[in-house]
Design a protein around this ligand. Structure first.
Ligand code: S3P
Ligand code: PEP
Length: 429
């Protein structure tokens, strides 16, 4: 897939304005970064080469691909500092991968990455026999890893409630371990579709597993080569669903998305029926259209689709719709504390989010959205989080102008996001 180079000259911040409230166009989303990063790790574990088609252009994928090819798999470098930047999947997947890859590795990332916990994964790998030390704060990157055969045991348990990425990381190396792996999941398993995605992609490469109740068993076996096709990114589609919901009228084609997706965020298509956005599944993608302005949902659980929570919070705010959210625990350890970030930024429009145990009530009673004719655009801080920038951008359909901090932040998953907005009439001013 070829993407046109950006024609937008980004400053530190971007001011955007909608020239129309009718959103029509055909968009080619980047490939899924979750599928792409798994495909890269699995290809590195497979003894034969294969092609990965439609690999994501996301910065996180470009980084992982580059690290694997230039620093990790090139035989001359077996002692290296591996810097994943802000890429959570790269950090977690490489922790397991480097633990079984001969060499001495220092695995590190951005300042925020050094605050994202990794102890549960390190504990699990150490139990298997890995040589990993915390080089900074206990429980967090950077990690000093000496890669070796892991043969202390083949049965471990891991708490599944914190991040599914730890589980995916262990599963991908499982077939290469001398005795395979018996992985017992404890606690409530969060982000479950991502674990299913890992196992489904491993199956495409010939790896068999059993998963009964809370135990996943993978025998020792070889990955077999098979070309992989990466579906476009459903998480990225959520910003287009938001544009449709906040528009007066919309007809948006998103090329390449499928009904039977490996991506859990594809639940967005059903969820958005409650916000008046209809999805038609076509032979070569999906078509979104706005069919109603009535919202018919008051409670949404994001336990298994945490990456679309910010999008939905802004949609509710934009439609002046009070709603209760749950399943937001993992948001606190992502690119930023996303709950706090939403509270701050929606607070600028008088919309509040109050915690009540495990639930969060979004309350629009004091909202200024659509009510203020302030000539100054509202400034949105993005906290180094691509999803803060992309979740808030569609709100420009309701608030005249927005100024968004650090537009390049979207590169983490969707580098051509602003160019795509430009194509449908949301321009930089
Ligand atoms: O495995 C993956 O590709 C991902 C899993 C999820 O993380 P958690 O399992 O930490 O919720 C998700 O938020 C992240 O964007 C991508
Ligand atoms: C949480 C995310 O990514 P990661 O954990 O891979 O940094 C995300 O893309 O929303």
């Amino acid at each position: 897939m070829i993407y046109e180079l950006s024609t937008i000259n980004y400053n530190m911040n971007i001011q955007i304005k909608a020239s129309t409230k009718n959103i029509n166009g055909e968009i080619i989303l980047p490939g899924s970064k979750s599928e792409s990063n798994r495909a890269l790790i699995m290809r590195a574990l497979c003894k034969q080469p294969f092609e990965i088609k439609n690999l994501s252009v996301a910065d996180d994928t470009v980084t992982l691909d580059h690290l694997l090819s230039t620093q990790i798999l090139s035989s001359s470098h077996n002692k290296a500092t591996i810097d994943v930047g802000p890429a959570g999947t790269a950090m977690r997947f490489l922790t397991a991968f480097l633990a079984v890859t001969p060499g001495e590795w220092l695995l590190t990332g951005t300042a925020r990455m050094l605050e994202r916990p990794i102890k549960l994964l390190v504990d699990a790998l150490q139990e298997l026999g890995a040589d990993i030390e915390f080089a900074g704060n206990e429980g967090f990157p950077p990690l000093k890893i000496r890669g070796k055969d892991l043969k202390l045991t083949n049965e471990i348990a891991i708490d599944g409630s914190v991040s599914s990425q730890y589980i995916s990381a262990l599963l991908m190396i499982a077939p290469t371990l001398p005795q395979g792996l018996i992985l017992n999941l404890t606690g409530v398993v969060a982000s479950r579709p991502y674990i299913e995605m890992t196992l489904a992609m491993m199956a495409e490469l010939g790896i068999e597993h059993t998963w009964s109740e809370n135990t996943i068993i993978i025998e020792k076996q070889d990955y077999t080569s098979n070309d992989l096709f990466i579906e476009p990114d459903w998480s990225g589609s959520s910003y287009w669903y938001s544009l449709a919901a906040l528009s007066d009228k919309a007809d948006i084609k998103l090329t390449g998305l499928k009904t039977n997706s490996l991506q859990g965020d594809s639940v967005i298509s059903g969820m958005m029926e409650n916000f008046g956005v209809k999805t038609d599944f076509l032979k070569d993608g999906i078509r979104l259209s706005k069919v109603s302005s009535t919202v018919t949902i008051n409670f949404i659980d994001f336990e298994h689709c945490p990456d679309i929570a910010q999008t939905l919070a802004v949609i509710c705010a934009g439609l002046n719709h009070n709603c209760t959210f749950t399943g937001l625990e993992s948001l606190k350890i992502k690119e930023t504390d996303r709950v706090a970030a939403l509270q701050n930024e929606l607070g600028k429009f008088g919309v509040t989010i109050k915690q009540d145990g495990l639930n969060y009530q979004l309350d629009c009673s004091g909202s200024t959205i659509g009510k203020s004719d302030d000539a100054e655009p509202v400034f949105i801080n993005t906290y180094h989080d691509h999803r803060m920038a992309m979740a808030f951008a569609p709100l420009t359909l309701k608030v005249d102008q927005l100024e968004i901090e650090d537009p390049k932040v979207t590169g983490k998953s969707y580098p051509h996001f602003w160019d795509d907005l430009d194509k449908v009439g949301i321009h930089q001013i």
